[in-house]
Write a protein that binds this ligand. Structure first.
Ligand code: UD1
Length: 378
């Protein structure tokens, strides 16, 4: 009996997270493996995101266990960040010798970890596989395509992702449509979010404000592009208050140029630090709309039935457009304001459907597949 027990506790996989959206995705997976108890999960934090508000606060709120190791890679150019993660992760995987490495999302940490693992002949499972914007100027698109090409298990959130992978020649037997682990996290925190007092603290009324997030290099790193979005905001802020939790990358840009100066003059714009998860969820669910260039927020607003104006010309998450909560508003003042006016006039009214399998049970489905893959019964 003891021998069997020992044998069971010896199974080990590794899970990698590095940036804020990753933490939301690994949380339900780790919780599910812990509940089952017979596979231990060694958690690597790459340190791509390191500010308290971007990292520690999420670990605490989502009750993610402390990482087994923190690689402390910090910021840098893409090559440097990716290279550092690879260099620091290799000895750890060699020492820990996991049976599988789970990577999530599309950030530099995702690709770096997948590359190290596969070169050590450790199979990789990619959670949130197959999403494609078909825009290779996006660093995330490169991370997605390459990670998928070297993964052994590919877990998809929506049917288009499955089709993309099939088109790229990936075998059916490796692809699993399982739903969305980020929505698992959302569902788990809904009650807590509902009781957040963020609206009171900020003096906001339900539906009387919009939420803005902006961090994509193509929108904030070029002053000219950033100014165009600010121009649209000048009009939107005349209609409603806008709450803007500012990502560190964007904070630097705001401090550096005229777009930031103009933002500072907008009455009705609330510039705030990055928020905790429950507060941010509450802000989204009670807003009249969300304006964003994030990927994950397009999905969260779809689940919440909140209109989302995506400040990009493409999306890797087409189901959000099909359902109708999301519209591509582009990055020009005219295109953004056209969608905004459609919303204000009632011409655009999302009907609040939720995509199949976005039901809070994606982590269960993923762990079941992984257990089968590792030959574990039950
Ligand atoms: C990364 C991801 C992006 C994801 C986003 C979520 C890549 C290529 N991009 O973008 O897909 O949507 O995270 O937030 O992986 N910084 C801090 N403190 C932090 C983190 C970042 O000050 O805790 C600053 C650094 O100066 C850094 C800059 O923000 O240079 C950008 O950080 P980085 O991790 O390179 O990319 P993100 O823009 O956060």
């Amino acid at each position: 009996m003891e021998a069997v027990q020992k044998e069971m506790t010896q199974r080990k996989i590794c899970c990698v997270a590095g940036a804020r959206p990753n933490f939301l995705k690994v949380a339900p997976l780790i919780a599910q493996f812990r509940r089952q108890g017979d596979i231990s999960v060694y958690l690597i934090h790459t340190g791509q995101h390191y500010d308290t508000t971007m990292s520690d606060a999420f670990f605490e709120e989502l009750e993610i266990p402390a990482p087994d190791v923190h690689l402390g890679v910090g910021s840098g150019t893409h090559g440097r960040q990716t290279g550092r993660i690879m260099e620091r992760m290799e000895p750890i995987l060699l020492a820990e010798d996991p049976e599988l490495v789970i990577v999530v999302g599309d950030v530099n940490s995702t690709l770096a970890a997948a590359l190290v693992a596969v070169k050590l002949q450790i199979p990789v499972a990619h959670v949130e596989a197959g999403l494609r914007s078909f825009d290779r100027t996006m660093p995330e698109e490169i991370n997605r395509v390459l990670t998928d090409a070297i993964s052994s298990l590919l877990f998809c959130t929506e049917p288009a992702a499955v089709e993309n992978l099939r088109r790229e020649g990936i075998g059916r037997d490796k692809i699993f449509l399982v739903g969305n682990v980020m929505i698992d996290s959302l569902i788990r925190r809904l009650e807590k979010a509902r009781s957040s007092d963020i609206l009171g603290r900020m003096g906001l009324k339900p539906r009387g404000y919009a939420v803005l997030t902006l961090h994509r290099p193509s929108n904030v790193d070029r002053e000219e592009a950033f100014l165009k979005i600010v121009q649209a905001l000048e009009v939107i802020c005349r209609d409603v208050d806008v709450v803007f939790p500012v990502h560190p990358r964007t904070r630097q840009r705001i401090a550096a140029g005229p777009a930031g100066e103009r933002l500072g003059t907008l009455a009705g714009l609330h510039l705030v630090e990055p928020l905790g998860y429950s507060d941010f969820l509450k802000l989204m669910m009670d807003s009249c709309a969300v304006l964003t260039d994030s990927g994950g927020i397009q999905e969260e607003t779809t689940f919440l039935g909140v209109p989302c104006l995506t400040l990009r010309n493409n999306t890797e998450r087409p189901i959000t457009l099909e359902i109708g909560t999301n519209r591509l508003a582009g990055t020009e003042p005219d295109s953004i304001l056209e969608v905004w006016r459609d919303l204000r006039s009632g011409k655009w009214k999302p009907d609040g459907r939720i995509p199949d399998l976005w039901d809070g049970r994606a982590a269960e489905r993923i762990t079941a597949v992984i257990r089968r893959y590792l030959g574990i019964q039950g």
